[in-house]
Design a protein around this ligand. Structure first.
Ligand code: NAP
Ligand code: MN
Length: 266
């Protein structure tokens, strides 16, 4: 039986150009590369940027198999390999010379008039108004009331998502060895009428964060998980927690989080 590797790609011309070369190279090393996504594969190679990596996860329902990214995109925080390092990577992969970064996504359980639905986010789950209005949200953590938030919305982010939207909104960059959930406010209102925390709050990864819209205001919200929008009319409750799923991301031996942060941000 041949060892199977899936390749996914975004639509950028450079990614599409790389695809046949990558397939050919993998085949020359004895791997099978199916035209359609195979659930029997041992690895997914994702060509593109972070957006394309996130897309692969969502499209294939957060698969259990290992993933690695080739960066043809912009920033490439998840993407480990430069296009010119493909052959080098295959050698390292065959030698087992890599490590697996395990990332736990967030899961949001949404209760609305239609019933219960679930979304997952590797970077974050954002909760905001679906009509550019102020949202008023009651936040409970593990059953304890924390605050009534008023403002544009909330970003609930993972440590790996901390460098994405969370960081732009003033949240902290989190070392991936820490297991936590960060809740970062988007334009919190602080007046005599409304009081909200102005900084992020940081909670253990085992926390359950329950968000309920204040009923005297609109309960129709926009949820965005890793950039994918879900419009939810008449929400009763959103419960966000760390998912049981694990995303297994391959990193080369020399990967070091803070070097990547410096390289990409400073
Ligand atoms: P996008 O508009 O291309 O994403 C914006 C930027 O975020 C891109 O440069 C993307 O990298 C980068 N990014 C994604 N995940 C990251 C991470 N974990 N650490 C550091 N940077 C990261 O849309 P997209 O590519 O589909 O990505 C979706 C993400 O965009 C969302 O999960 C959210 O975090 C982020 N976003 C940011 C803002 C903001 O900063 N104001 C607003 C909305 C959404 P690539 O260039 O490699 O794709
Ligand atoms: Mn992108």
């Amino acid at each position: 039986m041949k060892r199977i590797i899936n390749i996914t790609t975004n639509e950028h011309p450079y990614s599409l150009e790389l695809l046949p070369d990558l397939k050919h190279t993998l085949e020359s090393y004895g791997f099978a590369v199916p035209d359609n996504f195979s659930t029997d594969a041992e690895l997914i190679i994702c060509i593109g940027g972070d957006g394309s990596f996130l897309n692969t996860l969502h499209k294939h329902n957060f698969p259990k198999m290992q993933l690695v990214g080739i960066n043809t995109g912009h920033l490439g925080f998840f993407q480990e390999i430069h296009p010119h390092e493909i052959e080098e990577f295959i050698h390292a992969y065959l030698r087992g010379d890599f490590f697996v970064q395990k990332i736990r996504p967030l899961q949001a359980t949404v209760h609305d008039n239609d019933g219960v639905s679930t979304l997952m986010g590797l970077n974050e789950i954002v909760i905001k108004s679906d009509k550019s209005r102020t949202v008023h949200l009651n936040i409970n953590v593990n059953g304890n009331f924390i605050e009534k938030f008023s403002g544009d919305g909330l970003i609930v982010s993972t440590p790996s998502g901390s460098t994405a939207y969370n960081y732009s909104a003033g949240g902290s960059i989190v070392d991936p060895s820490l297991n936590l959930i960060q809740v970062t406010p988007l334009a919190p209102i602080n007046t005599t009428a409304y009081r909200s925390f102005t900084s992020s709050i940081v909670l253990p990864e085992t926390s359950v964060i329950e968000i309920t819209p204040e009923d005297k205001f609109e309960s129709s919200l926009l949820l965005v998980s890793d950039g994918i929008e879900f419009r939810c009319p008449e929400i009763q409750k959103i419960s966000v927690s760390t998912s049981d799923t694990t995303v297994r991301l391959l990193r080369l031996r020399n990967y070091e989080f803070w070097s990547k942060v410096k390289e990409k941000f400073l």
